[in-house]
Ligand binder design. Sequence first.
Ligand code: ARG
Length: 676
Amino acid sequence: MLAYPSKFVNNDLQKYKKKAQEAELEIKNLKGQLDVLKTSIQKGTAVETGDEELTTLITKNVKLKHRLAILNRAIAEQSVKAANTLDNTMTSIYDKLSTIFSAAISAAFPDIPDAPVVIALSGNNPKFGDYQCNSAMPIANLFKQQGKKIPPQEIAKQIVEQVPQTDIIDKLEIAGPGFINIFLSKSYASHILQNVLKYGVLPPLLKKKLRVVVDFSSPNIAKEMHVGHLRSTIIGDAIARLLEYLGYDVLRINHIGDWGTQFGMLIAHLKDKYSDYLNRMPPLENLQNFYKESKKRFDDDPEFKKRAYECVVKLQSKEPDYIKAWEMICDLSRKEFQKIYDRLDIKLTEMGESFYQTHMEDVVKLLENKGLLENDNGRKIMWGDKEIPMTIVKSDGGFTYDTSDMATIKYRIDELNGDWLIYLTDAGQATHFQLLFKCAENAGFFDKKKVRLDHVTFGVVLGEDRKKFKTRSGDTVKLIDLLDEGLKRALDKLKEKERDKVLTPEELKQAQEAVAYGCIKYADLSHNRNHEYVFSFDKMLEDKGNTAVYLLYAYTRIRSIARNANIDSEKMKELIEKHNVSLDHEKEWKLGKVLLRFPDVLFKITEDLCLHHLCEYLYEISCAFTEFYDSCYCIEKDSSGDIVKVNVGRILLTEVTALIMAKCFDILGVKPVSKM
Ligand code: ARG
C-alpha cells in the first residue's frame, strides 16, 4: 500500500526530481516562516513576565504556538511526502527515517533547537524492530539542562504521536527507557527490491554532481613499483569506482614521479653506456638494474656526480637531446606500469610531476607575493602548523616534492574544478600531507567549506613472517612476479577443487584470473586500510571466511539457482513483471533487510573512505543468504530429482541478492564469473 507508486514508479527520473525539488522548496519556505515565528515567541515570552498587557501577550503567545505547531506539522508532512516519493533508484532507508523523525521531533519539541535525531539499526532480536530512533534520552537530557524533568518514555510518546502516516514504516513501539522501535513495512521493502530487479541497482540521486580528483598509484619512473604502490592502486581504484557509481565526476590521476634530480644520473649513465642512444633504442628491459647501476656510480664517483648535475641543468633548460633521453626512460617505465594496470583492469590518466613545471613557478611567485615564504640559509620555506616547515625552493633554486604538491592543489581546484581532492599514499607521508593541506589553506588556495581534501593513507605490507615484504632471497618483490604467482596459485586451487574437469578451458582461464586478481585486491580492501597488512596467498585463497574465493563461490552458487530451475534471462524478465520478491519468512526478511542497506553502506564509505565496510557487507549478505537458503526452499524436487515446485518469490530474492553482490564486486574492482 504505497502512496505514490502508480504515479512515480514507472515514470522517468525527471518527474521525480521535480517533485522532490518542489517538496524541498516548500520545506525551506515553511522553515523560514517558522524561524520568524520562533523569534516572535521568544520575544513574547520575554515580555510575558511582569508586563501589564500580560493577558493579551499570553493569548498572542498561545496563538503563535498553535500556528507553530501547525507549521511544524506541515513540514513533517512535506518531508514525509518527499521521503515517500519513490523513484527507480535505491532508497537510503537511513536517510528516509532520519527525515521522518527529524520532522516529528521538531514538531513535538519546537523549543529544542537542533534536537539530536539518532537512528540506528536494531539488533538481531525481531522484537526490537528493524531500526530504532534513540533520540528520547538525549532530548530528556536537554530538557533537564533547562530545568525541566520529562521522562524519556514521555518524550518518545510525543515523538511517536508526531510521526505521520508513512509507507516506509509499518509500526512503532516504545520500549525500555524510551527507545522507539521501528518496524519497516515489508511492502515498501519489497517494492524497492522489485525496482532493483526491474531497473538494476541504481544509486540514490546525488544532490549535486561534484568533481573529485583521485590521485592514486603514482609510482616513480625507473624505480621499483612496489607493493605500496600496489595498495595505492587497488584502494584508489576502488574509491574511484565507488564515487563513479554514486554519480560523482571522477578524474583518476596518476601523479607519477617523472621529474627530479634522479634523471641527471640516469641520463649521464645512459650517455656513457649507450652513446648511440639517439639513433638506436638502448636495450633497457631491466630499468631498475639500470637505475641501481647509475645510483652506484653517483654515490661512488664524484666526477660522475658532477656530470649528473650538469645533465639535470641541461634537462631543465629543455635541451632536445636531454629531453629525448628523458622521454625514452619515461616511456620504458610507462610500458612496465601499464602491464600491471592492464592485468588489474585499472584506468588512469597520467599527469605526473613534470606536468607542474610552470605551475610550480607560478605558485612560488604567488607565495612570495603573499609574504608567506621565509628565507632559511638560502632555502625558501613555508610554515604550517608543525615543527617542520615545507621546502618550497631549495638553496640551488630547484623545486621539491612539497612545491609540486602545492601546485597540484592549486591546479586541481582552479583548473580542474575539483570539489574534492583525494590523495593516496602510505601512512609514511601523513605529515607531508597534513602540512601541505595546512599551507595550502593558509595560502588561500581553497575554502574549507567548499572543497574537501583527503589524504587516504594505508599501512605497510608485511610478509608472512611479519617482516618487510621481500622475496626469499631478500630482494624486493616485483609486482609482475607477484601477479604471476597469484595466477599460478589460483589455478592450483581450482584444480584442487577439480574445476578443470567441469569448466571449458576458456571458463577455467576466466575463473583463474578472477580468483587471482580478485583475491589480491580483496585481501587488500577487506582489511582496515589504516592497519599494516600481511600478504599471504594461503590466506587470501582460503575458501572459508571473508575472502574473495569464498564470496566468488557463493556468488556463482546463487547464480546457479535460477539456472537449475530452468529460468533463463527471458523467463526471469517475465517473472519479474508478474511476481513479487518474497519477504514473508523470517529468513527472507532478514536477507531482504541486509540488501536494503546497500546505499547506506556506500554513504558511510564516502565519509571515511574505508572500503572494508563494503567487504564486511558483502560477507554479511552471503551469510544471510546461506541462512535463508538453508531454511527456505527455492525449488522443490521429488524423490526422482524432478522439479515439482518453483517458489518464484524466493527465486526473485536470490536474483536481487546476486545483483547487489555483483555491484559490490564491481565497486571493489573484483570480477565475478557466472561459472566457477
Ligand atoms: N610518487 C610518490 C611516491 O611514490 C607518490 C605520489 C603521490 N601523489 C602526490 N601528489 N604526492 O611516493
